[in-house]
Design a protein around this ligand. Structure first.
Ligand SMILES: *Cc1c(COP(=O)(O)O)cnc(C)c1O
Length: 387
């Protein structure tokens, strides 16, 4: 049950990554930027009517930002630091949206002064700050979504408000001199149930209709967030299938009066492009007759694999060793017992796996480097290379 290369990468792509990896000391992430290039093209082909705002937090490497800027992407930004980075790359402020609903008034001002005019909100206090610090800007209200149990990394609860609250906010936005522009939602990251978009779009349609009828406000935009899949152990439909279904929901709900559509892919844009290369530090059994070996590796929760929290994301793991396999527990190198990666979910690794062997973690281009601690136990942050 170790991952097979051909299920995840064209063989020549993996050969290129491995040739690079062979000359470097573990642990590190290698990202093949050609795969990001391809994901962008696939997304645009699948959703020809949509504007893409790459969610920078998924992988903020300058190489990724430069590539996506050259391809015509826009950027979803969550902080002044991410903003500085994309503006330094030469991205125009009209290609930026401030998508974080939790922000300081002075940070809103910072975005406004640099030319950003598109803001997300989900609360009255934030909206009033936007009206003061970014007068006249476009705002969209983020609504809560359901169905998050089918998302491997839910982004709900903390963000968004009810439909009624979203309508109140957009009316207030108008009264405060802002432009009530649209609605956003995020169905949860690595969302395996495409029906989650159907439910979310039905809510959005209700808001569009009621705002128009009751308040004379015609919204212009739907931001469908991220949630599109990467290739992990738990397989999903292809992006193409997501797009076909979601476009059908959009057509059913909005027909000839289709608003502007925004997508904010993070994971699906960069996850598949990365391979994290690690080495086995130690293998042990904790009792004479214990059934499971512990495999300790030189990466863990604090060096990029935080999405193993609650074993939420299951990365495909590849080793060059093969033969008979056995269930193992996999843990990181630090002195924190939270640094166990997989214990309930049993990976099976070859019995002949030995200390010093490499394990390749597929689909690690998203949410790894940006989450890595800077020096827990003195371990340096996860290195990454873009080839
Ligand atoms: C994190 C985030 C995204 C990206 O989500 P993915 O599931 O990684 O595609 C998009 N929009 C917002 C507002 C986010 O916070």
């Amino acid at each position: 049950m170790t991952a097979q290369i051909e299920d995840y990468y064209p063989p020549e792509t993996f050969a290129r990554i491995k040739a690079f990896a062979d000359n470097h000391e573990t642990p590190f992430l290698v990202v093949d930027t050609k795969l990001i290039d391809r994901s962008y093209d696939e997304l645009v082909a699948a959703f020809p009517m949509a504007k893409v705002f790459y969610a920078v937090k998924a992988n903020p490497a300058p190489e990724v930002i430069d590539l996506l800027k050259a391809k015509g992407s826009n950027f979803d930004i969550a902080s002044i630091y991410e903003l500085d980075r994309v503006l330094a790359a030469g991205v125009s402020p009209d290609c930026v949206s401030y998508g974080n609903t939790i922000k300081k008034a002075k940070d809103i001002r910072y975005f406004y002064e640099r030319g950003v005019r598109l803001f997300a909100t989900d609360s009255e206090a934030d909206l009033r700050n936007i009206a003061k610090a970014a007068p006249g800007s476009k705002v969209y209200a983020r609504v809560l979504t359901e169905g998050t149990h089918t998302a491997d990394w839910p982004l709900s609860r903390k963000f968004g408000c009810t439909n009624d609250m979203a309508m109140d906010l957009l009316v207030l936005a108008r009264d405060l001199g802002l432009e009530p522009y649209g609605i956003s939602f995020h169905v949860g990251s690595q969302q395996r149930d495409i029906g989650a978009w159907d439910a979310a779009l039905a809510k959005v349609k209700g808001i569009f209709e009621r705002l128009q009828e009751e308040d004379g406000i015609k919204l212009k935009m739907i931001n469908m967030g991220g949630g599109f899949p990467g290739n992990y152990v738990m397989r999903t439909n292809e992006l193409r299938t997501y797009a076909e279904e979601i476009i059908r929901y959009l057509e059913e709900d909005f027909g000839d009066d289709m608003p502007e559509i925004i997508l904010e892919p993070g994971r699906s844009m960069v996850a598949n492009a990365g391979v994290l290369v690690s080495e086995v530090v130690l293998i042990s059994r904790k009792a004479r007759h214990s059934l499971h070996r512990w495999i300790y590796v030189d990466v863990g929760k604090f060096s990029g694999l935080i999405e193993t929290m609650d074993e939420a994301l299951k990365y495909p793991i590849y080793t060059e060793k093969n033969g008979e396999v056995e269930e193992v527990i996999i843990a990181g190198p630090t002195c924190d017992s939270a640094d166990i990666l997989y214990e309930d979910y049993k990976y099976e690794l070859p019995l002949n796996l030995a200390i010093g062997d490499r394990l390749y973690w597929f689909t690690t281009g998203a949410y790894t480097t940006s989450y890595s601690a800077i020096e827990f136990n003195g371990f340096p942050p996860l290195k990454s290379y873009y080839i």
